[in-house]
Design a protein around this ligand. Structure first.
Ligand SMILES: [Fe+2]
Length: 571
């Protein structure tokens, strides 16, 4: 049985295909339409999922959608009445995608079947099932986790109206335990401060997390008043500090917030210590709330196992605290934690919860996208006129270039699902060079100075370099670890200002080519770590050989290692 899951008209539109409960493909539309965090109907991703599996739309048994529009309408009506008359502004406010009014968006969501009929020229489309957003998030984690029973915590900006859900998973069923609804939302709190600091909400939250390492304790006490942690393990935002619940994204914070924390930073304004201190205070508040919620769901379930997902779970500093300070022993963080994962989650929810089919899959590999043969890669290199050599030792030859200080684009195997480059579409460099971070930024990445770069380390060697929280591996780069004191001087370009690193542990089983590359680098430099950043330049991560070659030609990358081919620029 084939189920095709779709998410769109919010952010991170995507498509997923499962067959008899096994995950076949998950592809984010942004990689194909080249629009970061795109909200658009994922026509390309749907077509790719079908093409990769070699089937047609007519062979799909069910389509699932990541959202229940009628629940959103109901929630919005209640919300508008509660905050009337200021809330009338919301009827015109922009959506997550920023281009559509709420009313427009709802009609599009209801029209998903029509879109599919149009795209594939069908009179009759497979039945479309609308799945509640946070249940789709929850399903994306629990049904592919290694646990037969677990506590499930989902945290994002908002679903139809839920922002936070506590649930219990048992076998092939998920049972809701508690929900928090908007405007009380940790995702919206983070988005509000992201906007306040002069960045784009639902887009640049990474930057704020990076900034927090440079902050001091100036505002932590005042900021703590913004979130009330309740005795039942849930929380509420203190709405005196916000305006988004009445004005949407045109006005995120209130005059009270501005009076206490100072004026909003303009996009072009230089950073000062106050900005870093507010980021710090926000981050500490999120971590405290995350640990509180984890404790709250543990009290309700007394489980040893915790599954987490939703956009806020990309906050890996919070995840570290939850691992360290909650009573749970085992953890599964769904790597496709943002809304891209709800295409998959909606399909899994329908298969297990509605159709009551048994569990079959444990998520082990994030490599769920397209792959390309050497023949098709070579054709692209020829077409673009790029000089190259073919090698039967791509890992060894590439490692030599990295050890000589070159910036290398590494393109191998199936594309990663989720927001992180995990060694199949990565830029890799030597992490021991103290000047590398600046060089990488000047030549390719163009990031703000306060954003860290992450390390990839051989899974079996992670403990030699990093203090992994509760000994957890981090195969999806969704956890933070402290860099061991004696290794900090050895790894200057991946050690963040606060002494941490967002570690990616590389398994020989799931990423053999990348594992081999790090192994070859270790033979040359004695360090089983590479600096790994996404293969892109201010654009979605490259997906196809064409994207990779274009990025190589456009930027100051030194080397492109793609399939069995090496292209090296003349100095
Ligand atoms: Fe979400």
């Amino acid at each position: 049985m084939y189920i095709l899951g779709i998410s769109s008209y919010s952010h991170e539109a995507s498509c997923a295909l499962i067959k008899d409960g096994e995950v076949c493909f998950v592809i984010e539309e942004e990689r194909l339409n080249r629009e970061k965090h795109t909200w658009k109907y994922p026509a390309n991703a749907i077509a790719q999922c079908l093409a990769c599996e070699g089937i047609t739309m007519a062979e799909i048994d069910h389509i699932t959608f990541f959202w229940k529009p009628e629940l959103e309408i109901l929630g919005n009506i209640k919300h508008v009445l509660k905050y009337f008359p200021q809330s009338l502004n919301l009827l015109r406010a922009s959506s997550g995608g920023g281009e559509l009014s709420v009313l427009n968006r709802l009609s599009l969501k209801k029209g998903i079947g029509k879109k599919i009929a149009q795209q594939f020229g069908l009179k009759k489309v497979p039945p479309v099932h609308f799945i509640e957003h946070h249940l789709a998030h929850a399903a994306s984690a629990f049904f592919v986790s290694p646990f037969q029973e677990a506590a499930i915590l989902t945290l994002d900006g908002r679903g139809e109206s839920t922002s936070t859900m506590m649930a219990r998973g048992q076998g092939n069923a998920i049972e809701k335990l508690a929900e928090i609804t908007v405007p009380h939302s940790l995702g919206h709190l983070y988005a509000a401060v992201t906007d306040y600091l002069g960045f784009k909400p639902f887009f640049d939250e990474w930057k704020v997390m990076g900034m927090s390492a440079y902050g001091q304790d100036t505002y932590a006490a005042s900021f703590a008043k913004i979130v009330d942690l309740l005795p039942d393990g849930t929380y509420r935002l203190n709405l005196d500090y916000f305006s988004f619940h009445t004005h949407g994204s045109s006005r995120w914070v209130s005059d009270l917030f501005l009076a206490i924390f100072g004026p909003k930073r303009r996009k072009d304004q230089a950073y000062d210590q106050r900005h870093f201190d507010v980021a710090y205070a926000l981050q500490k508040t999120i971590e405290r709330a995350g640990v509180h919620l984890a404790q709250g769901i543990w009290e309700r379930t007394k489980s040893d196992n915790l599954c987490m997902t939703g956009g806020v779970v990309l906050n890996c500093l919070m995840n570290k605290k939850i691992i360290e300070e909650s009573p749970f022993k085992n953890f599964f963080f769904q790597p496709i934690a943002n809304d891209a994962g709800t295409s998959l989650g909606s399909a899994l929810y329908y298969y297990h919860q509605i159709l009551k089919k048994p569990r079959v899959e444990v998520f082990e590999s994030p490599y769920l996208g397209m792959q390309y043969s050497n023949e098709s890669i070579e054709a692209v290199l020829k077409e673009k006129g790029v000089p190259y050599v073919r090698t039967n030792n791509i890992a060894g030859d590439t490692a030599k270039h990295i050890s000589q200080g070159k910036i290398v684009g590494w393109f191998q195997g199936r594309m990663e699902a989720g927001p992180r480059a995990l060694g199949h579409r990565s830029i890799v460099v030597d992490p021991t060079d103290p000047a590398m971070k600046d060089r990488l930024n000047a030549r390719v990445k163009k990031r703000e100075m306060f954003r860290p770069f992450a390390p990839s380390v051989l899974e079996e060697r992670a403990q030699d370099y990093f203090i992994m929280p509760k000994g957890q591996a981090s195969p999806y780069m969704i956890l933070i670890a402290d860099v061991k004191e004696d290794k900090k001087p050895l790894l200057p370009s991946i050690t963040h200002h606060d002494g941490t690193a967002r570690v990616h542990t590389v398994s020989r089983k799931t990423a053999p080519e990348y594992w081999q590359l790090i192994t070859e680098f270790e033979k040359l430099k004695g360090v089983a770590v590479l600096l790994n950043t996404s293969f892109n330049e201010n654009e979605p991560i490259v997906a196809t050989p064409q994207d990779a070659v274009n990025c190589f030609l456009r930027t100051e990358l030194d080397v492109l290692a793609i399939g069995d081919f090496l292209a090296v620029k003349k100095p």
